[in-house]
Structures are given as C-alpha cells and as structure tokens.
Design a protein. Structure first.
Lengths: 369, 369
DNA sequence: CGATAGACTGCAAACGATTGCAGAAACGCT
DNA sequence: AGCGTTTCTGCAATCGTTTGCAGTCTATCG
C-alpha cells in the first residue's frame, strides 16, 4: 500500500530506529545520515502513519471543534479561521455538529476522545457539563461563546455586556427613548449578559427600564416574529428595536416586511452579529459585531497554550473576553421626539440629556433640527 | 489512563485474544464467556481504542466530508444529514472546509488519507482532479454536487437539467414569454446543465432563445446584482427572472430592493435552492429545490456500499441523479397570456392588471419597470 | 598505542488491538 | 474406553512507530 518507515530504512540501509530518529529530528543523528534519509524519504514519497505514531505517542494531531449547529454565520467564519490556524501548526481540525440534542452531543464527545483528539474547542449546550468536566482531565478543552456553569473550564467569550451596551447607547444617542429589545433565553450566558448591557445603557442615560419593551426567547426565528409583533402592537410602540438574538433576526425582518414598515424612517433597527447579506439588504442593517474572528483566534491561542503546558493545571485566568464593536450602516436613524405616532405628548425634557458625543453618524440622511 | 483490553482480560481471567473475540463478536466464543466479558467490560468502562484497532485493521471508522465552504445553506443540511446517517452505522464524520484554494484543498486531502479515513465525500473544486484520482485507489470516494471531469469517480448530482427545466416551464405556464436567466459559470457542471434545462423548456414551448436574457457568471452575489441590472435595463426587460445561481440570489434581491420593484406584480422571481429565510421574505420566494437531503442520503448510500464492496471496482453506474422539485410560494405570478391557441408572436406589453392575484399585494409604491 | 569518552547506530520492547494456528476441553459415536 | 469432531481458548505474530538500552565506531587524550 503505502511507503512505511521500514521501506525507507531498507532503501537507506539503516535500521528503522535510525530512520525514525533522523526523520523526526529527535535523538542524536549525524548530520549526514539525517540529510540522506530526508532525501530518500522524499524520493520514496514516505508519509508517516499518524495512526501508528499516535498509538505509540498517545497523540493524534487532531483537534476538534464541536458546535451545536452551523446556521449561525459567525460559526462559519470561526470554523474557517480556526482550521487555518490549526493547520499552520500541524493539526487537522475536525468540525463536528453536535445538534441541539444532548445525547447527540454526548455521543460525539465520547467518540472524539476515543479517537484521542489532542484538544477540543466546544460551544457547550450546557447539558453535558459533567461529562465535559470529566473529559477535561484527559484532554485540553476550551469553551467558546458560552460558559458551562457546571464546569470551571477555560472559556472564551464575546463581550456581550459591552456589545449590548454599545448598541443600546448608540440608539439612545440617536434620540431613541423607547428601545425594544429582543434577546435570547435567559438561561444562557449571552442572553443574560446582553440584557444586562441593555439595562446598563438605559440606566446610564436615565431612561427607566420598561419591561414591556423586553422580550427574551428561544434562538429561533419564530421568537423574533412574535416578539416583534408584540412590540409593534404596544400602545406606545418603540421607535427602535435592538435584535440581540441573532437567530431571531429573520423573524423580525419578516414582520417588518409584512407590515410594510419603513426602516429606518418609521423604525430604527439594530441587530447582533453580522450576516453576509446584511450590507445588501435595503436598508443595509447596522449591527453589533461580536468579533467572531477574534474569538476564534483567541480560542485557538488558549487551546494551543494549554496543549503545550500539558501538566500545568490551573493557571489562574479562566475567562477571556473579546471586544465587540458597532458597525453603523443604514438601518438606524436619528429622531427628535421619541414616540412619533402615539398621541401622548412626551415630556421631552429628558433629565440627564445624554448625547454628549453624538459621533459622526454615518451619512445621517435626515437629521432635521 | 484508560481501561485497555488487557485489563478486561485480566479481570475476567482469560487471555487478551479471548477477550477481543468475545467483545467484537468475531470468531467462536462460548455464549457464557461472551456475556461475562461484555458485562465485565461494561463494569470497567472499557472503550476500545480506535487507534490501536485502526493500526491493525487499517481502518479508522472515520469518514470525511470535504466542502469548499459552508455559506451555501444546502451544505449545512447535507452535513447534518450525513453526520446522522454515518453515526448510525458507527462512523464519525469529519467535516472539512477546503476553501476555494486549490492548495488548501490538496493539503487537507493528503492529511485526511494520512489519517486513514475509510471514506470520503467531496465537493470537488475541480483543481485537484489528479490527486483525487490517485487517492481513489486507496479510499472509496464519492463526489457530490459537482463532477470532476479529470476523474471517473462515482458522482451524486442534483438533477439540474430537470430542475432548470421545471422552473422555466413553470414560468412559461404562468404566461411568461421573456424569462431572464441568471446562471453559474459555464465551466461547472451545474452551470451548463441548468442553462440546458432552461433552453429545453423554452424550445418545447416554441419560444425562441434570446441570448440577451441569459447571464452566466461567478458564484458570488455581485454576479447577481450586475446581471439583474442588465436584464432590467433591457429595452424589453423580462417579465420573470430565474436565478439559477444560488450564490447570486442576494445580489438580485438587492437590486430589486434598490429599484423598488414589486415582486411578483412587476416581476416574477424564481430562485434555485432554498434558504431558510426564503419563506419569510415578502413575498415568500418560490424556488426549485435541488433536494439537498436526498443528495446527502444518496451520497452516503453510495459511499457505504462502496466501502463494503471493497475489492469490487467498477460496478457500472458512475453517476446518480436526485430529482429536483418546484416549491411554489408567492414570488411568481400569472400574467395575461398572449395567445392560448396559436403561437402568435405577440409583442404586446403586459398591462398592469391586478385582477389575478387576490393576495394583499404589497402597497406597490413603485413605478413600472 | 591503548584506554576512554563521545557520537551514532541497532536491537528489541513497547503502544493496544486483531487473528492464524495449534492445543485443550467437551461431546458424541461405535 | 477409544476415537474423531466440534467448540472453545491461548500463544504469539503483526500493524508502523517510538524509544530505552546496549553495542559499535571514531577520535581524542594520556
């Protein structure tokens, strides 16, 4: 079948062990034989068998990335970034789709460690914490994007509190007083943290938090649709909606289309995490970018370090954050008075009038004074 | 570290070989010892080491799926389907992103065979035909969605000629005489085949093929935008556009939004391959479904069969097609049929008759095309 | 010139499983 | 009881590498 080390050794008239040492560079080998062997190996097209090697060394040069699904565009770019990074240092990346099913995730997990992966980056569903914790003894693990509270694994998170804060503040600075929030389930890290960022921005601006403006739900488009309808049907509907639940975005857009709502003229819209077509949507949709590339890079950094420092256990830091940033496009508009259509005359005398740094809002088309 | 076969054998006071035979079920083993061993193995938490097993058997129980990217939604569902299917028969699926880079694809390919994968399903870029052909000697390979002309690999294709034919015929049956086609590069299987299906439907209906209505381009949104503009700017623009290039769809939608064109009142739109948000877009977009799930299933079927019938080489059939079907939603509209009885070439401009579709046509704030 | 360190090299034993072959036990039959 | 079958079990080799240990060779020094 394929060329083995033995073949190379025979061709070079040395023993297998010498060949091994020469090719791996380990051990003492004379300069000459080393060069000779690499040449011969190349000529013969020798490729070391990772399986045999793995059996002996206990390593596989395989790193797995386990995500629950790939519909979220961020995961696609993360996967690509990671694959490139890992390949550069000699690892093959295994991308596995865990599904939302706990059993499925669990099975995949054991299959992976059976295969003696050298490292694992996982977006935990939170349903297999115990297993993850146990596995962490055998293989370096880094959690991504979500924290699993049942473990104390090293975790790389988006700075969701900050991202949600930035987004909300942006809308407030544009003059919005009633900002609807559609956010994810409150039993997830991101769900909670984004809500808190939203609240913080409101507080900071002295705007009271109105519970009727906040909708938390599952990570599916339907959530977005129903939440959006409820928001719009409010007696005093919001002048801006912050969709801080990526998966809900489609549902929101659907309702907006259904009702022929003009964005941003009738309603400002801000979303979370980019989609490739957002900038081509009319109007182009402004977003809070959670920094997927940075997340991916940091996760790989952490994992590699962890894999190197095999024995070294608890090294202090367990949680990393990567910054979020606002990407302004055309779906948010400056308004003067908060509620435009609701009859109630709003006391426009906002107390601590924020808007100290209006920032050059991108081509604000209609900032009537 | 982990429990080995030796541990189990010792605990059961039998030899390793007996333990192996009992647990794998191969060979002759007494019913009693078999049960006893399985029990002990379970108690000890024994998990066979796939690496060691692989070294001996030459198999890895790993199957790879290599795609060039995951942005195409079809690939995501295919990946999920395949993973589930393969897991059910005891294989772990490796999902690899080849990128559009030939070198990258090539590297990944060799890494995979180095790891002794048992099978490979690949969406070939067409740039590594020679390598694929060589690899096919070592490992069963099935091509998916695209054919690599440099090889004679077994290939599972969508029925693009039929799909394009169905779509075009649908539009024709709705009364459209001028159907614009936006299609992929003509050096790809799908690009050519979809064009041919379009032409066939036209011919069959006695409609002359107008080259100015046909735009072939790269698999990127920009293609869709520029093609769409050109079509709309024609002296006699089409009354329907068939976007048979999935990746171009976003560009088309963008132009339609830009120009405030009312779909389907002013223009009928038919796309190829679903996206999860198509049914929520307003209007919901009709598509030709290429049958991603079926494709995935068939590919797995073929691969598994091929993996079983190891030695058996050329078994005749080399190309499989899975049927396409039309999914009618709201983006295509019947227009006044020019002539029901004779093929009278009637150049009359379609009048804006609103009678036909009772649906709440969207405000129609726009002028005519 | 011989001893000795130092630099390489080869032998052989792992790693954890599978598997051909031969020996042992159990069974039925005359 | 003796014999041939059948049924099970164990020994040992093997897959392709790595690696501890011991042996060989060269060169250097006294």
């Amino acid at each position: 079948m394929s060329v083995t080390l033995k073949d190379v050794a025979q061709a070079a008239r040395v023993s297998v062990s010498t060949a091994s040492r020469a090719l791996t560079g380990t051990g003492l080998t004379s300069e000459r034989t080393q060069q000779r062997l690499t040449r011969i190996a190349r000529e013969l097209g020798y490729r070391p068998n990772p399986i045999a090697r793995g059996l002996k060394t206990g390593q596989s040069r395989l790193v797995a990335l386990l995500v629950h699904n790939l519909t979220n565009a961020s995961f696609q770019v993360m996967a690509e970034v990671m694959q490139a990074r890992l390949k550069a240092v000699g690892y093959q990346m295994l991308l596995c789709i865990g599904g939302d099913d706990a059993q499925q995730e669990s099975d995949t997990l054991t299959a992976l460690v059976d295969h003696r992966i050298d490292g694992l980056i996982v977006v935990p569903t939170g349903k297999n914490g115990a297993q993850l914790k146990a596995l962490a003894k055998d293989v370096p693990i880094v959690c991504l994007v979500r924290r699993d509270d049942a473990t104390d694994l090293e975790t790389v998170l988006a700075d969701d509190p900050q991202g949600a804060y930035l987004g909300t503040r942006h809308l407030i600075e544009l003059g919005h007083k009633r900002v609807g929030l559609i956010v994810g389930r409150q039993d997830t890290t991101s769900g909670r943290e984004r809500l808190s960022g939203y609240v913080r921005a409101l507080r900071e601006a002295g705007i009271p938090v109105d519970d009727t403006l906040i909708h938390a739900g599952h990570f599916v488009p339907e959530t977005g649709a129903t939440s959006c309808r409820k928001l719009l049907d409010l007696p005093r509907p919001p002048s801006a909606i912050f969709v801080a639940n990526h998966e809900a975005t489609l549902g929101v857009l659907r309702v907006i289309a259904e009702r022929n709502i003009a964005v941003p003229d009738d309603l400002s819209l801000l979303c979370y995490e980019d989609m490739p077509w957002f900038e081509w949507h009319r109007p182009a949709i402004s977003i809070v970018d959670n920094g997927a590339r940075d997340l991916a890079n940091l996760a790989v950094d952490r994992l590699l370090q962890r894999m190197d420092a095999k024995g070294t256990g608890n090294d202090g830091v367990r949680e990393y954050r990567v910054g979020a940033r606002l990407v302004q496009r055309d779906s948010c508009r400056r308004i003067e008075v908060a509620s435009t259509r609701a009859g109630k005359p709003k006391p426009s005398i906002a107390k601590p009038s924020a808007a100290k740094s209006p920032s050059k809002s991108s081509a604000a088309k209609s900032a009537k004074v």
